[in-house]
Design a protein around this ligand. Structure first.
Ligand SMILES: C[S@@+](CC[C@H](N)C(=O)[O-])C[C@H]1O[C@@H](n2cnc3c(N)ncnc32)[C@H](O)[C@@H]1O
Length: 365
């Protein structure tokens, strides 16, 4: 047996387990997930030992919804001696040495849980000691580079860890799979970080430039108090902000925002179309996905970034059903779309979807 370790938000282990099981089957890798709800990680135990490596290579974190990191596990160490944790960890890595590890990147990590947070300081210290020991043993001898192997040591408590690796094309670069952002003091709500993380992690730099052009127009459905509108205004976009609630005065004072107290499900863009539609309305995910589809199909918006609020149960299945329907409608258009779904660090019981229209069918006609 060999396994793939996946990190996720605590409470979302069943959803990540369902997702990895489905994605692994599509890649003809079979096995079963193991997890305890609330621990912030799962493992997927593969029947064929080679399949864990195959999944680690082919299943990119950014193509999944719920995974924050996916690590191919080579060794599990239990009952580590508190006086000398280093020797067995070092041995387990050197034992799997390969040339790519010479310029690999070291991550000593823990789950995003209260128990995990207790390990944070220890993990930081252990990183320094382990890196030195690896260098002495001809591992990580070149400057650590993101295009090398990721060497991961994931502690689940002070005397238990899993050791493994990631491929550069598949992993996320951020420690513990978490992209931290500083809350901008003048933003009207913490929700602003959801859209900021989406822009910075779900769109390529070229897409960010294409979509967030100064002077471009956007509609923000469910905009109040204005955290998402704030991100658009920061990028000098004109915004139609739709919500019955109150919008931040400072945003209105920029002259870039028009506020309409209207229903997001019946609102139409002032000038017939906009470049970008964003939506953070708390509504049924299938209803929101259908609305986004309407705007994209009618070309009222070129691109869309929106949240789907998740139910208590069958969260992975609910998202897949809502998105299958939207994807089928987009497919009929014959335009090319780049679609990503992610449970972002700053999301709560919701996921974020980005739909970027990469090219229009009419260009080919
Ligand atoms: C999570 S809050 C949005 C927060 C906002 N994105 C921010 O960053 O400040 C959801 C908002 O959706 C609005 N909303 C819910 N249903 C709506 C509808 N049908 N039409 C317009 N707004 C709606 C609510 O009034 C609420 O202000």
């Amino acid at each position: 047996m060999a396994s793939l370790l996946g990190y996720c938000r605590a409470g979302y282990e069943p959803d990540l387990a369902n997702e990895i099981t489905a994605r692994a089957a599509q890649l003809e890798c079979y096995g079963y997930p193991k997890f305890t709800t609330g621990e912030g990680f799962i493992t997927y135990e593969c029947y064929n030992p080679q399949d864990a490596d195959k999944l680690g290579r082919l299943l990119t974190v950014e193509s999944t919804i719920f995974a924050r990191q996916l690590v191919v596990i080579t060794t599990e160490l239990q009952g580590l001696d508190k006086q000398d944790r280093l020797a067995p960890v070092l041995e387990s890595i050197i034992g799997h040495d390969n040339p790519e590890m010479k310029n690999g990147v070291l991550y000593v990590e823990h789950a995003d849980t209260d128990a995990g947070k207790d390990l944070a300081k220890f993990c930081r210290k252990f990183t320094v000691v382990l890196r030195q020991a690896l260098r002495k043993n001809q591992c990580l001898t070149f400057k650590e580079q993101q295009n090398g192997r990721g060497i991961h040591v994931f502690f689940t408590d002070f005397d238990t860890c899993m050791v493994g690796y990631t491929y550069p094309q598949s992993r996320t670069l951020h420690a513990n799979g978490i992209y931290r952002l500083k809350f901008p003091a003048s933003a009207p709500s913490r929700s602003t970080l959801k859209l900021e993380e989406a822009i910075l992690t779900m769109l390529s730099p070229a897409q960010q430039e294409l979509v967030f052009r100064p002077g471009a127009r956007a509609v923000d459905l469910g905009a109040c108090p204005g955290g998402w509108t704030y991100q658009l205004v920061q990028r000098e976009m004109y915004v139609e902000a739709i919500d019955n609630g109150l919008i931040d005065d400072a945003l209105m004072a920029t002259g870039l925002v028009e506020h309409f107290a209207a229903d997001g499900f019946t609102y139409k863009p002032q000038f017939g179309r906009v470049d970008l539609l964003v939506c953070d309305m708390i509504e049924q995910p299938d209803r929101v996905a259908r609305l986004m589809g309407d705007w994209l199909v009618k070309k009222w918006a070129d691109h869309a970034i929106f949240n789907l609020k998740l139910p208590m149960k069958r969260r992975y299945e609910t998202v897949v059903e809502a998105m299958d329907d939207l994807q089928a409608r987009l497919h009929e258009l014959k335009d090319r779309f780049d679609v990503h779904l992610r449970h972002l660090y700053h999301d709560r019981d919701e996921i974020t979807v980005s739909v970027i229209r990469v090219s229009q069918n009419s260009y080919y006609n």
